[in-house]
Design a protein around this ligand. Structure first.
Ligand code: GLA
Length: 527
């Protein structure tokens, strides 16, 4: 029996044990049932010939270090070449990694070619050198929901390795982000009883110190960069982070400079205990202040650093997140421990979708599928276990995130990526909807009862539509062209199955399973 098959059986067994003994771990998720996910893989396997993926536009700041690994599926070795690469950038033909320094302000059209013994592919990438970063939603991985206060340099490197070996990087996942618990705690905290993370928090010059699980920050980012990937770090504007480790309070510029010097490309800035510094309910100005300070500090670094605001949607952050320098902001509290809320979180996030656009994205939180951990009643964190979501729920989850142009940050275990999880995370046609350069968040059309459509306009004039069923029975869900302000013949493509469904004159109707989705692309029919 193949290792993959054995792993799948193990996965099902463990999922089943968790169902039988819910007391094994506490979590607020209601939908605990084993998913027979493996039988529900619907994305066709990638072909052995090269298939270039990734965004069509890429923003970067003149003069700063440039790093871009061409996401490309297909059997290795693949030989890469590019036409139109601006001076100052060079492409490694073997790895497909472009490095150098970002050229002067301007738009550069680069034609990327990839070739192997089975075939070839090409794709245009527009590099926009200017002030804007994150022209499409960031994609990557974050350590929180799997490693919590157990995170280490070793686990970060392991995640970077897995991002490459699993093929995730070949469809566009790029950021490898440390969450809380890398800095040092001055004293014990319910989440940091582990004495190895307690000690001196800053050196004599006030420089923030990593704890002993991170012996070489520059070495770590160097390792991640050597694979063509990018590295993310976490801090809080408060004295301490949510887990009680040192935050950036009154050291904002110094910390921003340190993060840049270490080589980080992304900062998640988590409100946490900042409220403790205020003696009142925070006003909008209070909510904005720490983010303005850190946003300015980051912009002045000689690196492109994405700024991720994490303050749980307070003060309608979507209205001002971009103004304070944010590239994405959470629109709600932590989804992780209440996964059964994902439909509602998505519908709320879509309500403020008009604020999401290239360079600044609403963030409904991470992709919590595969093996994820949970918080125990005694404030410890459980080891990861299989997601309690059914296969259909996972398809709905990923479809919603892509239709909303949400950041695609997976936070499950990179060392336990099973076939089904990769199938959900790595469907290139579904990801293209998320990464579409128009950068629109889908809007919701409520149908009868439990059904709704989410509709996203795409740059090529077509529309991506999710036909969702939140009910307990399989039902027909219909999208009428009139609802989309369309008329005449349109072709419909099933994006999960990557299959043409035909040409339809007035609309399209399909049976959708409980909590499930059918996600289609509707394009004008040019005979
Ligand atoms: C908050 C954030 C989470 C995670 C934890 C870390 O709860 O919302 O995403 O970063 O803090 O302590």
């Amino acid at each position: 029996m193949s290792t993959l098959k054995l792993n799948r059986i193990k996965l099902n067994l463990i999922a089943f044990m968790l169902v039988l003994s819910p007391s094994l771990s506490y979590c607020a998720q209601k939908t605990i049932q084993p998913s027979n996910a493996e039988s529900e893989i619907i994305t066709p396997l990638p072909k052995p010939s090269p298939h270039i993926n990734g965004p069509l536009v890429y923003g970067c700041r003149p003069g700063n270090p440039f790093l871009y690994r061409i996401p490309c599926q297909g059997e290795r070795p693949i030989s890469f070449s590019a036409k139109g690469l601006p001076a100052g950038l060079k492409l490694d033909p073997k790895t497909g990694i472009i490095t150098g320094n970002t050229p002067q302000k301007g738009e550069y059209e680069v034609f990327i070619h990839a070739k192997n013994s089975k075939g070839k592919d090409k794709r245009k990438l527009t590099i926009k050198a200017g002030d804007q970063l994150s022209l499409t939603p960031p994609m990557g991985w974050n350590s929180w929901y799997v490693h919590y206060n157990r995170i280490s340099d070793h686990l970060m490197r392991e995640a970077a390795d897995a991002m490459i070996s699993s093929g995730m990087a070949d469809v566009g996942y790029q950021y490898v982000n440390i969450d809380d618990c890398w800095s040092t705690a001055g004293k014990s905290h319910p989440f940091t009883r582990d004495s190895s993370r307690i000690g001196t928090i800053r050196d004599v010059n006030g420089n923030i110190l990593p704890n002993r699980h991170f012996p070489d920050m520059k070495g770590l980012t160097g390792y991640i960069h050597s694979k063509g990937l990018k590295a993310g770090i976490y801090s809080s504007p408060g004295l301490i982070s949510c887990c009680g480790l040192t935050g950036s309070w009154q050291h904002e510029e110094q910390d921003a400079a340190q993060f840049a010097a270490w080589g980080f490309d992304f900062l998640k800035y988590d409100w946490c205990y900042y409220s403790k510094l205020l003696d009142k309910e925070p006003s909008i100005e209070d909510l904005q202040k720490p983010y303005i300070v850190m946003g300015d500090a980051l912009r002045h670094q000689p690196r492109d650093i994405l700024f991720n605001l994490c303050q749980y949607g307070r003060g309608n952050v979507w209205e001002w997140g971009a103004k304070v320098g944010g590239h994405c902001w959470r629109t709600a509290g932590d989804l992780g421990f209440e996964l059964d809320r994902f439909f509602n979180v998505a519908l709320n996030n879509a309500r403020v979708g008009a604020w999401s656009k290239p360079g600044s994205w609403n963030d409904p939180d991470y992709l919590l599928i595969g093996w994820i951990g949970s918080q125990n009643k005694d404030d410890t964190f459980s080891e990861p276990h299989p997601s309690p979501l059914t296969a259909q729920q996972q398809y709905s989850y990923m479809s919603l995130w892509c239709l909303m142009a949400a950041p695609l940050i997976f936070s499950g275990d990179m060392s336990k990526l099973d076939e089904f999880t990769l199938n959900v995370l790595c469907n290139t046609e579904v990801i293209e909807v998320d990464q579409d350069p128009l950068g629109k968040c889908g809007s919701v059309i409520l149908k009868t009862g439990n059904n709704f459509l989410m509709v996203k306009d795409l740059a090529d004039g077509s529309k991506a539509v999710g036909l969702f069923n939140r009910g307990e029975n399989t039902v027909a869900v219909t999208v009428n062209w009139t609802e989309l302000q369309l008329s005449g013949k349109h072709s419909v493509r099933d994006l999960w199955r990557q299959k043409e469904l035909g040409t339809f004159k007035e609309g399209y109707s399909v049976q959708v399973p409980p909590d499930g989705v059918v996600m289609v692309k509707i394009s004008p029919n040019h005979p």
